[in-house]
Design a protein around this ligand. Structure first.
Ligand code: CAA
Length: 258
């Protein structure tokens, strides 16, 4: 397996557990972290044996943001020419399911990466925020858009303009996180959820993910047409035949991914 410096990657059956590992900087996301994540996500996406990925951090911090010390001295031309943060689209291009298991701080880029995930499972200690305004900047990894889609304009605007952090309960009420669990249970719950997803038909997992994402990116009528075509398309797969036969025969499905 690749020798990573800033992340830990472990395969547990069909689940890849990816842990951000820069404890000295509360998992601040520098260019090395991004480079390693791009490699690890691509490896996951192309490995047919891996069916779900969990991205997590430490008890104290999922990630406390993009690395401020790395950005501090950069000018506009540096940022624009290097398309700084442009690599994150390689992570969001991941076709197979992955979700974020968040404990502690998910701030700035940390909140943005959690929102890139298919969904967020939060520990009761999780704290989300977009405090970039306090640094004289804005979110730069999609946060202003994804946060607004997730929680609506009022709360997104308040969070971006004040930098206020919200706790896990408020995040769940606002629709930012799928579910809150006690911190001590986060990893267990994440693994259970990941194993459930990993046990589903792989093509259907990709198709479900694509169509829910379409609701984020397109208008309603276009999204519904997209959903219908993908739904029709799955009737060309072996796993649709198997899944429906298994239901009728009252047994679990045996998936081939074809
Ligand atoms: N970048 C670089 N280093 C960071 C960091 C970051 N985003 N967040 C924390 N660290 C470092 C600290 O500098 C400190 O390092 P030293 O020991 O070398 O001083 C170490 O991590 C521990 O942090 P603290 O001592 O600050 O820990 P704390 O418990 O007192 O506070 C915190 C925790 C409230 C999260 C605080 O660290 C903090 O406010 N961090 C910055 C949060 C932030 O502004 N994030 C947004 C970054 S900009 C961004 O993300 C742009 C974008 O759109 C993507």
């Amino acid at each position: 397996m690749t020798d990573y410096q800033t992340i830990l990657v472990e395969q547990r059956g069909a689940v890849t557990l990816l842990t951000l590992n820069r404890p000295q900087a509360l998992n601040a996301l520098n260019s090395e972290v991004l480079k390693e994540l791009i490699t690890a996500f691509a490896a996951y996406d192309s490995d047919e044996g891996q069916r779900c990925l969990v991205l997590t951090g430490s008890e104290k911090a999922f990630a406390a943001g993009a690395d401020i010390k790395e950005m501090q001295a950069q000018g506009f031309a540096d940022m624009y020419a290097s398309n700084f943060f442009g690599g994150w689209e390689r992570v969001t291009d991941t076709r197979k399911p992955w979700f974020a298991a968040v404990a502690g701080y998910a701030l700035g880029g940390g909140c943005e990466v959690a929102m890139m995930a298919d969904f967020i499972l939060a520990a009761d200690t999780a704290r989300f925020g977009q405090p970039e305004i306090k640094l004289g900047v804005t979110p730069g990894m999609g946060g202003s858009q994804r946060l607004t889609h997730a929680v609506g304009k009022a709360k997104a605007m308040e969070m971006c303009l004040t930098g206020r952090m919200i706790g896990a309960e408020e995040a769940e009420r606002a629709g930012l996180v799928a579910r809150v669990v006690p911190a001590a249970e986060l990893l267990n719950e994440a693994m259970k959820t990941a194993e459930t997803i990993a046990g589903m038909a792989p093509l259907a997992a990709i198709a479900n993910k694509e169509m829910v994402n379409a609701a984020f990116e397109q208008g309603l009528a276009q999204g519904i047409r997209f959903e219908r075509r993908l739904f029709h398309g799955l009737f060309g797969s072996e796993d649709q035949k198997e899944g429906m036969a298994a239901f009728v025969e009252k047994r679990p499905g045996n998936w081939t991914g074809r």
